[in-house]
Unconditional design. Structure first.
Length: 527
């Protein structure tokens, strides 16, 4: 929940909810930035893990300190067991000694420099041997450029070189105390290091000159949350949300605070806002503990523009039979339609079978994330959740439509057959034909309604299911996606067309067979 806005694009977690092309572009830019500033071996050692996508995305929300702030201990695995019982998430108790250590007045620039210098000296002595020397070497290498040191510090923090990252960001702030971005990142890293009382005076200094900056206000709110001062935290987080209502971290922490206080409705509102604007596991886990029936999909859908993967509407169903006069022609048209659907099913089924053999022949391996692969925590996690929820909605909807249709059709069939049997014994041919013409429109209306609902249902869900499952399977490769999602979904759609591609046929009690040939009524091959 503690936000560091640095120059490296992949640290902007909000971007993880963009489309694949945007994320790939973001990753390419990140690599170029890393190469630009990592020309010596010490720097390369510090940032060598930055291009490992799994660690990069996972560690960007991970904190290994012993701090009890739930904003730090709730992290990026989807399995709630990784976090223990979410009902036990608590903020640390207020610490009078730490609060007393925070200066009452806001620093002047001179006082800020003195504070940073003392902090750098103290940490240099407490951190493992060699850290201070390594940091000084990097500072010399980059000629004390605060921006470059600040970028490297953030990279180091997120690639498990946290002692170097912590000391280097303080060094960068000392070098250029007028650099608001570096000062803000310094405060954020101090927060995540579990020494919030050292971050507080630094961030308060920043807020004085940037009273409406949501980035700074969020970090200061996180500072007080980490100190157990939740009322003060809510004050600053509230100011942050006034400037940036969509702030993911501020909404999440506000939700955690309200949940601890027992204000569940407010907590739910904050968690939903947090997830809407950038999925994060802590908000989802707590939200589902408060409201177990919660679905994530409705929160995410409004932000997603779906591509078209497969043109479902190139398959046109023939008209229904509404009279005995067109029964023969309608039957021939539907037979031709279903024959074409069978050919399509055979074609796609064959492609699926060939692909399955290809995949089966591959060497078994565990999923691995390539350097440029965006499908890692927390984005892959969100895609898997969305894919599961959307497919469940899709399947449940189809079941409901089918059940209603078959119930209604069965009742109509019972009604028609009862009347037909009565006429069969005593009625005339004309009466039986009239009965057929009376009921055929009713059958047609039921069938058309079912056809329309099934096709509309696929139209609503087909591309969305494919979209999320493509992203979910991305790390395994395109063949796995095609085999497990795309082809099965296409085959399911064609199977649905074959299922609904029917019409009730009632032939006249006396009729002459048509001279139409099968070829004259056949439906041409679909695009």
């Amino acid at each position: 929940m503690k936000k560091i806005i640095a120059l490296i694009p992949f640290l902007l977690l909000r971007a993880l909810c963009n489309a694949q092309t945007d994320l790939d572009k973001m990753m390419k830019t990140a690599q170029e930035q890393m190469k630009k500033y990592t020309t010596d071996t010490n720097a390369i050692k510090m940032v060598k893990g930055a291009m490992d996508q799994q660690k990069k995305s996972f560690d960007s929300t991970k904190n290994k300190t012993t701090n009890n702030n739930p904003g730090q201990i709730i992290q990026a695995s989807y399995d709630p067991g990784d976090y223990g019982n979410v009902d036990n998430w608590k903020f640390p108790p207020k610490n009078a000694a730490k609060m007393a250590a925070i200066p009452k007045k806001v620093f002047t620039k001179t006082e800020l420099l003195s504070f940073l210098n003392d902090l750098y000296t103290q940490l240099s002595k407490k951190l493992p041997p060699g850290v201070a020397a390594s940091v000084q070497s990097l500072a010399n290498r980059y000629q004390n450029d605060a921006n470059k040191m600040g970028m490297l510090a953030v990279s180091g923090w997120y690639t498990d070189h946290r002692e170097e990252g912590l000391l280097l960001i303080i060094k960068a702030a000392l070098t250029d105390p007028g650099n608001n971005l570096v000062l803000n990142n310094c405060g954020a890293i101090l927060n995540m290091s579990g020494i919030e009382f050292k971050a507080a005076p630094l961030l308060r200094y920043l807020v004085q000159s940037n009273p409406d900056d949501p980035m700074v206000l969020n970090n200061l709110g996180q500072t007080y949350a980490g100190l157990g001062e939740t009322d003060t935290a809510m004050y600053y987080l509230g100011r942050c949300l006034k400037s940036d209502p969509d702030n993911i971290e501020a909404n999440n922490t506000c939700g955690q605070i309200e949940a601890v206080k027992g204000h569940t409705e407010k907590a739910v509102s904050y968690f939903e806002k947090s997830i809407k604007n950038g999925y994060n596991t802590p908000a989802e886990l707590k939200l589902k503990r408060i409201k177990p029936e919660t679905k994530i999909a409705p929160l995410i859908r409004p932000r997603i523009k779906l591509p078209e993967y497969f043109n479902q509407f190139q398959y046109k169903l023939p008209a229904q039979c509404t009279s005995i006069n067109n029964a023969v022609q309608a039957e021939a048209e539907y037979n031709a339609f279903n024959a074409e659907i069978e050919r399509e099913l055979k074609k796609f089924g064959g492609e699926l079978a060939q692909l399955a053999l290809k995949v089966q022949g591959m060497t078994a391996h565990s999923p691995k994330f390539a350097k440029d692969d965006f499908a890692a925590q927390p984005y892959k996690e969100l895609c898997s959740i969305m894919a599961g929820e959307v497919r469940s909605e899709f399947q449940n909807g189809m079941f409901q439509y089918d059940k209603k249709f078959f119930d209604d059709w069965s009742n109509l069939e019972i009604e028609y057959q009862a009347k037909y049997k009565a006429l069969e014994a005593q009625g005339t041919c004309e009466e039986r034909n009239a009965l057929a013409n009376k009921y055929l429109p009713k059958y047609a209306m039921l069938m058309e309604d079912w056809q329309e609902k099934c096709q509309d249902h696929f139209k609503k869900y087909f591309d969305e299911v494919i979209y999320w499952e493509y992203l979910s399977f991305h790390s395994l490769g395109n063949d796995y996606f095609l085999m497990n999602s795309f082809y099965p979904m296409v085959i399911q759609y064609l199977g649905m067309l074959g299922r609904v591609g029917k019409t009730k046929i009632i032939l006249p009690c006396e009729y002459t067979e048509t001279t139409a040939t099968a070829d004259s009524l056949a439906i041409g091959e679909f695009e």
